[in-house]
Structures are given as structure tokens and as C-alpha cells.
Design a protein around this ligand. Structure first.
Ligand code: C5P
Ligand code: MG
Length: 236
């Protein structure tokens, strides 16, 4: 008799997706969820790592802040889905390292070991149906547009090697229109819409409660599976 396949609980990573405007506080929210979960084996994966590699011509356009990084076609969804499937199934995944300053992937990658809980954050985290199917919880982070723009300018100038004029040009040409076209509609598929304020303790508690319940349920199923397999071995 063929022995039943045993799948350990860590081979079924719980994945949380956080979408929302650039500058809406997705990454801060992800870090707050991680620290509130207070569990080992929790990781954050940013969709930034999956921006497509540009051609030399596109690169010149990007340097002038005239490249559209806010259309879903700028993201390599196929690779992202593959990596998420690997992580969900308990396998290690190689994650590209992206440089915003140079608009390119670095030669090296980063190894990510399959965690119990993975938070995927990015402007299009709730966009691709293949990703939606892998998610246990779908979050949309919300903030007023002026707050987002303010945060983005500060960050891009400090950390991404940009100037103020370039930031505003890119915002007006691509970020704002594509937010309305592609990012905002993701609200409709979200389980929770979280106002990205600093004091959103209640929303974080809801997320943490949900994740802990999901993990408990998986653990219960795992115990049942172990008992069933044990019994099967005894019967043989
Ligand atoms: O962290 P955040 O969600 O803001 O990152 C997404 C933003 O990064 C997009 O709105 C896009 O305009 C910007 N981006 C960029 N340069 C790149 C890649 C993305 O300005 N090379
Ligand atoms: Mg970010």
C-alpha cells in the first residue's frame, strides 16, 4: 500500500498581500504586522524586487523620469508568481535585488527561506489573479494623496537618488493617473482596508488575530494528519 504523503505545516506558508498607493505606508504597515505577530519565521517580500530589467533605451528614458514604472507591465509577474509558489511549498527562493537609484537589478540575488508567514507588499500586490489565489489575507493600505506624495518626495530624494522636480513630474505623469487606473481598483478585492495612520493599533490587532487563527487551524490539521498517518502505519 502506498503511504500517504505527509506535508509539514511549514510547507504551507500563510501569505498576506498589502497593496496601496506609492507612499501609502505599505512597508511600515508590513513591519508593524511583523513586530506585532511576534513569531519566528515571518518575512517581508517587496514587489520592488520584481521590476523588469530595462533595455538601454528605456534606461535613458527612466533617467529623465519619463519611464512608466506604475503600469502593471513594468512588473515581472511570472517570476514573482514562481517565487511565491516555491515559498508557499516550503522551498527556498532566490529574490532579485533592485536598485531604485540605478533602475536595475543587481547581479546578485538574496536567498529567502520559506517562512511560516510571508507579507508581500507592493503597489500591485492584489493585481494578478495567480497571486490573489495564493493569498490568505488581502489588505489595501489607504492614505490621502497629499500624504502619499509628501512621503514619496522625502523618501525618493533621501534614499532613491532623485530630485524634487523629477519626483513631481513622475507623480503627475504616471503615479497619479495609474493609481486611479490600476491601483485603486484593488480595493474591491481587499478583505481589509487599513487607514495607514501611525496609531492604527486596532487594524493591526485584527490582522494579527486573523493570522494567528489561520496558523492555529493549520496546526490543528497538521496534528490530525499526524494521527491519521500514525494510525495508517499501525494498521499496515
Ligand atoms: O515603495 P513604493 O510603493 O513607493 O514603490 C513603487 C514606486 O516605485 C512606483 O510608484 C514607481 O513609480 C517607483 N519606481 C521608481 N523607479 C523605479 C522603479 C519604481 O520610481 N526604477
Ligand atoms: Mg515601498
Amino acid at each position: 500500500m502506498e503511504r500517504a504523503h505527509y506535508s509539514p505545516p511549514w510547507a504551507d506558508t500563510s501569505i498576506i498581500g498589502i497593496a496601496g498607493s506609492s507612499g501609502s505606508g505599505k512597508s511600515t504597515l508590513a513591519h508593524k504586522i511583523v513586530s506585532s505577530l511576534n513569531l519566528p519565521w515571518v518575512a517581508i517580500l517587496s514587489m520592488d524586487s520584481f521590476y523588469r530589467v530595462l533595455t538601454p533605451e528605456q534606461h535613458v528614458v527612466a533617467q529623465r523620469n519619463e519611464y512608466d514604472f506604475d503600469s502593471p507591465s513594468s512588473i515581472d509577474f511570472d517570476t514573482l508568481v514562481e517565487r511565491l509558489q516555491d515559498l508557499k511549498a516550503g522551498r527556498r527562493a532566490e529574490i532579485p535585488i533592485y536598485s531604485f537609484e540605478h533602475h536595475r537589478r543587481q547581479d546578485s540575488t538574496e536567498s529567502l527561506y520559506s517562512p511560516h508567514v510571508l507579507i508581500l507588499e507592493g503597489i500591485f500586490a492584489l493585481y494578478d489573479q495567480r497571486i490573489l489565489d495564493l493569498l490568505d489575507l488581502r489588505i489595501f493600505a489607504e492614505a490621502d494623496a497629499d500624504v502619499c506624495l509628501g512621503r514619496r518626495i522625502t523618501r525618493d530624494v533621501r534614499e532613491r537618488g532623485r530630485d524634487i522636480e523629477g519626483c513631481i513630474k513622475q507623480w503627475m505623469s504616471f503615479v497619479k493617473p495609474n493609481f486611479e487606473k490600476f491601483v485603486e481598483p484593488q480595493r474591491k478585492v481587499a478583505d481589509i482596508i487599513i487607514p495607514a495612520r501611525l496609531d492604527n493599533r486596532a487594524a493591526i490587532d485584527i490582522v494579527v488575530g486573523h493570522v494567528k487563527r489561520t496558523l492555529k487551524e493549520k496546526s490543528r490539521k497538521h496534528q490530525e494528519e499526524l494521527q491519521r498517518l500514525g494510525k495508517q502505519v499501525e494498521d499496515e
